[in-house]
Design a protein around this ligand. Structure first.
Ligand code: KG4
Ligand code: ZN
Length: 341
């Protein structure tokens, strides 16, 4: 059986088809980056309108490439939150309409659970329990993952998310939106140790993060002297080092707390090469194995929604009628697949 999955929570429109035995058969994605660049951030209304335009084409391509017929579908999984309500509604409405027309179940998926389960798409998939570092544009969390649907929050950011810290710092350095990947690229040219940026909350116990002070420090450094190419690269390096250091120290602290031997890194910032290398190195020293999705499955995509959907639809879950989406939705509310039936 197959799951058709739709993702539209923010600025990526995506559709995927996952087969229970054959694995991922198609994953189509359209990024709205060019649309929002002009405004320096995601414009919710434009995002919704673009999803409406793109999703049908992506759907058609995914069905054709995977040669999927409606009677092969176990169900349709769609991202139901958290995210931009208007954007979520476009994917939910499409999923629900197809489900109604084809008489198959539809199931709303938690976007963060999808990120957490993305490493299951890889040939060497992690087992449970695991400690997860979920780092995206909207979230920075350390989670004790005892199994699918059993998530305990160990700590999260009190203000900006790690991806937000990358993006806001990049903007201050004059880099185009979305700055995270651009800043990471520039940081490769920068020298370490030229700027000393703060690593907030490192001296405090626990697994909480705070990144808002970082952008203030970057702003002051930018204002202190003209931004030459060298200075810009050195500052980019300092930003990346500060974020990677902080994430790494707290992830190790979380592992110490849980005692797990498996660390999963998920979410858009998980695509950052410096973070991946540093975590693999540090975790390796204490006998912990690190698992990441491939970079394209770190950032938003529908393949990860299909994985979460497969787990839950197979257990008989489906969402009641109506096009329900949630802008806010805590991971702790989730239960293991089928547990709430
Ligand atoms: O998971 P995601 O695609 O969307 C959310 O659910 O938020 O994450 C997007 C975030 C953005 O802040 C982006 O700048 C950041 O991930 N990001 C990166 C890299 N690739 C994406 N940050 C640092 N280095 C990267 N290579
Ligand atoms: Zn995401």
């Amino acid at each position: 059986m197959r799951v058709l999955a739709i993702e539209s929570s923010c600025d990526e429109s995506a559709v995927a088809v996952l087969d229970e035995h054959e694995g991922l058969l198609a994953h189509e994605l359209w990024s709205q980056i060019d649309l929002h660049r002009l405004y320096g951030g995601v414009v919710p209304e434009l995002a919704s309108r673009d999803h409406v335009q793109r999703l049908p084409q992506l759907l058609q391509a995914a069905l054709e490439k995977s040669k999927t017929k409606p009677d092969q579908l176990l169900g349709i999984a769609y991202t139901a939150g958290p995210g931009l309500v208007g954007a979520l509604l476009t994917g939910a409405a499409l999923a629900r309409s197809l489900a109604l027309g084809w008489s198959v179940p539809a199931l709303g998926i938690h976007h963060l659970e999808a990120h957490l389960l993305a490493p299951l798409l890889e040939p060497l998939a992690p087992g449970f329990p695991q400690t997860a570092l979920l780092v995206s544009g909207g979230h920075t969390m350390l989670i004790d993952v005892r199994g699918i649907g059993d998530y305990r929050l160990l700590g999260e950011t009190r203000d900006d998310a790690a991806g937000e810290a990358f993006d806001k710092s990049a903007k201050l350095l004059g880099l185009p939106y979305p700055g995270g990947p651009q800043l990471a690229r520039l940081a490769e040219e920068g020298r370490p140790g030229v700027f000393d940026l703060p690593r907030p909350m490192l001296d405090r116990p626990g697994c909480e993060f705070s990144f808002s002070g970082l952008k203030t420090a970057v702003m002051l450094a930018v204002r202190a002297a003209p931004l030459t190419d060298t200075r810009r690269a050195d500052l980019a390096r300092a930003v990346q080092d500060a974020i990677v250091d902080t994430l790494c120290v707290k992830a190790l602290r979380a592992l110490d707390q849980t005692g797990h031997r498996t660390l999963v890194v998920a979410g858009g910032v998980g695509a950052n090469r410096a973070l991946r290398e540093r975590l693999a190195l540090e975790a390796g020293k204490i006998g912990v194995r690190v698992y990441y999705p491939r970079p394209e499955f770190c950032t938003d995509n529908a393949a990860m929604v299909a994985v979460a959907g497969m787990q839950r639809l197979r257990a008989g879950e489906h969402s009641p009628g109506g096009i329900g989406v949630r802008a806010r939705w805590s991971l702790a509310e989730l239960r293991p697949p089928g547990a709430a039936l």
